[in-house]
Design a protein around this ligand. Sequence first.
Ligand code: ADP
Length: 392
Amino acid sequence: MNKRFRSLAIIVYILVCTLVSSASVIAVLLELRAPWLYIAVGASVCLGAAALYVFTATLMREDRSYHGADYAAMIDSITGGVLVLDGNERVYTVSEDARHYLDLPEYAIGMSRNEVIRDDELNRCIDLAKQGQSSLTEFTSHGTTLRVLIDPVIFSGQIVGTMMLLLDMGEQLTLEKLKREFAANVSHELKTPLTSIQGYAEMIATGLASKEDVPDFAERIQKESKRLLALISDIIRLSSLDEGAPESEREPIDMAEIADECRDVLLKSAEDHGVTLELDTESFVIEGSRSLLSEMIYNLVDNAIRYNVPGGSVLVTVKNGLVSVRDTGIGIPEEHREHVFERFYRVDKSRSKSTGGTGLGLAIVKHIAMKYGGRISLESEVGKGTEIKIAF
Ligand code: ADP
């Protein structure tokens, strides 16, 4: 039976009962001495009351189920968490996701604002919402950065509560943050060599530098320019990796061959540092870009030479889907190990700069390795050396 038909039937029944009761009352008033009339009065009043009770109870039950299970399912299916506080600052509605983000118990309905919102920024935004202002803010929960929209709930022109929408945009926000940091670092890193180039050039141009100083200043200008160029090409490389630029040059690459070429290029640098460079290779093939894979091995070997000690050694192993570069250099202290793959992170800034480092080498290595499904691992001991492995 549908709801409307049932309600109509009950209303008709109540009307009939009322009519019969009225007739009975009239009969009593007219002193018609018929006992069945008294019984009819009593029965009709009782039945009417019972029907009224059933009618309201049914409506209430339906009402409760609408605002209960169905309503909860609706709120839970919204992408993101929803929390509504009523005019008394008590939880009116809360979705499953919002309970998770705000660490609330299963029965959070009715809890006070102080119990559910413990973050200062969220509280500030709720205060603004109570004055009719909407706010957009960020909130970190369980390691996820959420974007939070807080609005006043307005009914008939009155603010009757506050509504909060918590959206999980973690990956996007982290990316935005990284980009902001990267842009700030890039300008700083570019400015430093340019400032010293400008300084030396100005001293030569204005005649402030003595004749004997000129060759030295010119050499410094040359060194800084070289570093600047290396930095710019690393930045361009990273940006194109970030963009996921289409790879025109994907082809089968023999990693042993790449390691061989790399040794040829870096042999002179190894000699200059007093470091021996050895290879242990067996051919294995990766489908990828020759220049990227070559840059990956080059950066690892270049670091192994630059962060080495005179008389030290570097061993490059390429076999069975594994690339490993092991050195007997200065090593990386434990607290720095998890950071060295971050952009512009350096353990020893002056050593990195004086050896032509850009602070981007390992970030590029990590990016390229990930691009081709490689898993990177690092083992190091201070004063003994470092080994970086990439398993494909
Ligand atoms: P950089 O251009 O400064 O060398 P990288 O991204 O290549 O930047 O490396 C980040 C930092 O990690 C370096 O500054 C250095 O402190 C450290 N590092 C990298 N490779 C080695 C290594 N083989 N031995 C010791 N320290 C290393």
